[in-house]
Design a protein around this ligand. Structure first.
Ligand code: UDP
Ligand code: MG
Length: 291
């Protein structure tokens, strides 16, 4: 069985078009599947539209409804927990990842790859987003020792084993592609088509994106912290010799405190063991009750 997991945040303009392309693709595979939509606290009519899909296909569609917005990766994590398939494939709801590419990802999982990453061919995003990704992809590979070409494309495949490990790890902040890469025994990356977002707007503004990148970096390596500590020592030495580095030093100090705080904050989150998301309701099975 294949589980498709789709995070949804204010995608009312895309859900119908997505479904009209997704289900034919899934039916054409002639094998059992389920589609898990995670409604990540949408404020538009996304939930109602998702429930229409559920009512039309209660044997294959499940809808997890969060009570607030917890973020794309958290939504996927909830979908992972609910998933039952031997293969789990994630997909954006805005049709930037063509559903028609799913069979190719599924084939790589069938061939024994436990983490299937994808590289967006002719990526259709803004220059700003492409540049930011280029820098982050390079930096992450340097810092983690992985060699992924595209961390950001969220059309990805995961084997049951990897999904179970991720579920068990239960990390408070998680960038899923990197987490899967860490646990995978036989990862692969394939090229897939990419479309521009036709309807609605990207949810990642500059702030949201920076938060994601920070998450990614601090969750996977302590190297930034170590570099900072070392260069702190060097700058201290220079300061002693030259006697005029007050501006540089104060700026640097603030940055260091912020970075250290980031790790400390992370530990604090882990220690609190606060749930990462709250599910209002799960719609599943044939007995549709007050849906
Ligand atoms: N998404 C979500 N929660 C969020 C932000 C985004 O579930 O807080 C979903 C969104 O509905 C879409 C996917 O994650 O299905 C990717 O979001 P988006 O298209 O805004 O990101 P971009 O393509 O700009 O990276
Ligand atoms: Mg998008």
């Amino acid at each position: 069985m294949i589980s498709i997991v789709i995070p949804v945040y204010n995608e009312e303009q895309n859900i119908r078009a997505l479904s009209s392309r997704l289900f034919p693709v899934m039916d054409s595979l002639h094998r059992p599947y389920e589609v898990i939509f995670v409604n990540d606290g949408s404020k538009d009519s996304s939930l109602a539209l998702l429930l229409n899909e559920y009512k039309a296909r209660p044997e294959v569609v499940r809808v997890i409804d969060f009570n607030a917005n917890f973020g794309q990766h958290t939504a996927i994590m909830a979908g992972f927990r609910a998933s039952r398939g031997e293969s789990v494939i994630t997909l954006d709801a805005d049709l930037q990842n063509p559903p028609e590419e799913i069979p190719r990802v599924a084939a790589e999982l069938d061939a024994g790859h436990d983490a299937v990453g994808t590289i967006r061919k002719n990526r259709r995003d803004t220059f700003f987003r492409r540049t930011a990704s280029r820098i982050v992809n390079k930096l992450m590979n340097r810092l983690t020792g992985f060699s992924l070409k595209d961390y950001g494309c969220m059309l990805r495949g995961y084997s049951r084993a990897i999904v179970d490990i991720i579920n068990e790890a239960g990390e408070a902040s998680t960038f899923l592609p990197a987490l899967a890469q860490k646990f995978a025994g036989s990862p692969i990356e394939i090229e897939v088509a990419h479309s521009k977002r036709e309807k609605g707007a990207s949810k990642y503004n500059m702030f949201y994106l920076l938060r994601l990148y920070f998450d990614l970096m601090t969750a996977f390596t302590n190297i930034p912290l170590q570099l900072i500590t070392m260069s702190g020592g060097v700058i201290f030495g220079l300061g002693v010799i030259m006697l005029r580095l007050d501006c540089v030093l104060s700026g640097f100090t603030v940055f260091c405190v912020g970075l250290v705080g980031e790790y400390v904050g992370r530990i604090y989150q882990e220690v609190r063991k606060r749930p990462r998301y709250v599910i209002r309701k799960i719609y599943e099975g044939r007995n549709i009750v007050n849906a």
